[in-house]
Design a protein around this ligand. Structure first.
Ligand SMILES: CC(=O)SCCNC(=O)CCNC(=O)[C@H](O)C(C)(C)COP(=O)(O)OP(=O)(O)OC[C@H]1O[C@@H](n2cnc3c(N)ncnc32)[C@H](O)[C@@H]1OP(=O)(O)O
Ligand SMILES: CC(C)C(=O)C(=O)O
Length: 514
């Protein structure tokens, strides 16, 4: 086994903008691609695969702009072993500081017969032609044998020999349909490194798909077998079930010292913001339990884990959240939380309770989880303080209607002093209009940082739960609301934050400047 040493650099080849964009729902505009390419360069990837220039004028334009603007990483473009594709790559990459043409052709018997209708000899001729044409235009040429994993091993060696002879510097071995297992991938890389002519002068690369959920494991196994470049995408986006997730691969190499301890050159503290940028661009969020960048990746809800975390965080965390860009771990109070975590959170809120009162607050907090997922600070404060700070703003009625290009919201609130306040506002959509009307009515304004709606329960019992957080006076405050109507749940969550703001101001009166 060839474990990488610290001098054995693993190159990170990001293909979010090419393979990632090739999947339904992930299309990006040229300006979004340019912004994301800048973010990838700042993250520290070695290669940015910017697109497939011959596939459309839009893709050509995006690759061209990235090649001209983005520095700090090689810029690659994909081409079939086809003169028109190679020529388009060369033209689009003109202006790049470090251009790479990535030429590919399928090699497996299935693809040769049904897709290409080519003999083995024709595939080798095309591979050789594609790499030669590319080398006539740029120095850095990568060759991929599409569906390499399902290709006869001896034939794969012949194709790679031809690609090396034509001038390829990187040989990419895709598991195009995500069929391999880690042991098989490692054995394949060991075989190729032992048999391809000139193997020592080229970089072997892995490109693993996630159809069986093995893309990251297979990429790590490829590194064990001698791969020194891994192709991956942020959030694991890509064809079908996606590609290996960059953030997972990089952290696996970082977290397992003495094993995958190769320096990838990635600034891991940027992983979360890069993941979030991609989600904002595509409008597609990662699942909560996604490794590294999912909302639950460093969140602990169950009492036994929370108790362990409070004693020593290594009991339940294998990496520091700050190392990947999170501000900290989160102890989230919910149905599974225990005494240690509730008492700790209350202490942070400034309450040290007698055992009996603590028992009562825990029982009441757990009762809340019949209708909400999370016990918020505001809930604990209410449970401890009762109505000491007054009842706060409550929603009495709301009405939304569409008018011309805008949505109109009218809210009727009962104020903490018992008055009824009616206010209206317009916005670009119901949420913007609703939140603007609430802000006019209460006189509270904050910058919305996050807003999510989930459903709880099914059928006749189904309820919407809205969670949002807002930033005001340098603090982030969260609010939560549940209702059968998601817009009403959202309004309740917004008022939950507003009431917290007012309670905070009551508790800590502002010192006016003299
Ligand atoms: C595993 C991967 O991710 S491969 C990359 C996938 N990416 C894309 O497909 C990018 C988007 N694609 C496109 O815009 C279009 O498919 C284009 C512009 C590339 C080609 O469009 P068309 O000319 O209309 O061809 P179409 O898509 O129907 O079929 C693909 C053709 O390429 C041929 N082909 C496929 N791969 C290769 C290759 N690596 N080298 C040479 N020819 C190839 C096929 O045999 C087929 O040829 P045929 O038309 O003579 O039968
Ligand atoms: C073109 C190659 C690298 C590819 O995307 C695949 O085989 O999945």
């Amino acid at each position: 086994m060839s474990h990488p040493t610290t001098t054995d650099r693993i190159r990170i080849f990001d293909t979010s903008l090419r393979d990632g964009e090739q999947s339904p729902g992930f299309t990006m505009s040229a300006s979004q691609k340019i912004a994301f390419a800048h973010a990838l360069a700042e993250l520290g990837v070695d290669v940015i695969e910017a697109g497939f220039p011959n596939s459309s004028p839009a893709d050509f334009g995006a690759v061209q702009a990235i090649a001209r603007e983005v520095r700090g990483a090689s810029i690659a473009a994909l081409a079939r072993c086809h003169p028109g594709d190679i020529e388009a790559c060369a033209r689009a990459l003109d202006g790049a500081a470090a251009p790479r043409i990535h030429a590919f052709i399928s090699t497996s018997p299935l693809h040769r017969k049904h897709k290409l209708n080519m003999s083995r000899e024709q595939v080798i001729e095309h591979a050789s032609m594609g790499v030669t044409l590319a080398r006539n235009r740029v120095d850095d040429v990568e060759f991929s044998a599409e569906d390499a994993f399902r290709t006869e091993r001896e034939f794969l060696v012949e194709v790679f020999d031809a690609a090396v002879a034509a001038g390829a510097r990187t040989l990419n071995v895709p598991d195009t349909v995500g069929y391999a297992t880690p042991a098989e991938i490692r054995a394949l890389f060991e075989y190729l490194r032992a048999n391809v002519k000139g193997a020592d002068g080229v970089v072997f690369s892995a490109h693993c798909h996630n159809d069986l959920g093995l893309a990251v494991a297979n990429s790590l196994a490829a590194i064990e077998g001698g791969a020194r470049q891994v192709e991956c995408t942020i959030n694991g986006i890509g064809e079908r079930a996606g590609n290996a997730a960059l953030e997972e691969l990089v952290m696996a190499m970082k977290v397992r010292p003495g094993y995958f301890n190769a320096d990838t050159g990635i600034d891991t503290t940027r992983l979360l913001e890069t993941s979030r940028l991609l989600s904002r661009i595509t409008g597609i969020q990662v699942q909560r339990n996604k490794a590294i960048v999912g909302l639950n990746a460093f969140a602990h809800e169950s009492g036994i884990h929370q108790h362990g975390m409070l004693k020593h965080r290594d009991t339940y965390e294998i990496m520091r959240p700050q190392d990947v860009g999170w501000p900290d771990s989160q102890i989230v109070l919910g149905r599974h939380s225990g005494r240690a975590a509730v008492a700790d959170r209350l202490r942070q809120l400034g309450y040290v309770l007698e055992d009996e009162q603590l028992d009562q607050v825990i029982a009441a907090a757990k009762a809340l989880t019949q209708t909400q997922h999370i016990i918020h600070d505001a809930d604990l404060q209410r449970l401890v303080e009762g109505e000491r700070y007054g009842p706060g703003w409550r929603i009495s009625a709301m009405h939304l209607s569409d008018a011309d290009d805008a949505t109109h919201a009218r809210v009727d609130l009962s104020a903490p002093d018992g008055r009824h306040v009616v206010q209206s506002a317009e916005g670009d959509g119901p949420i913007e209009a609703l939140f603007a009307a609430l802000s006019h009515a209460t006189g509270v304004g904050f910058v919305l940082e996050s807003y999510e709606v989930h459903s709880m329960g099914v059928g006749a019992d189904a309820r919407g739960e809205a969670n949002l957080s807002g930033r005001i006076d340098g603090e982030t405050m969260s609010g939560q609301g549940t209702s059968r109507d998601v817009l009403e749940a959202s309004a309740i969550a917004w008022l939950d934050v507003a009431n917290r703001v007012l309670r905070m101001r009551q508790a800590q009166p502002r010192v006016e400047a003299a």
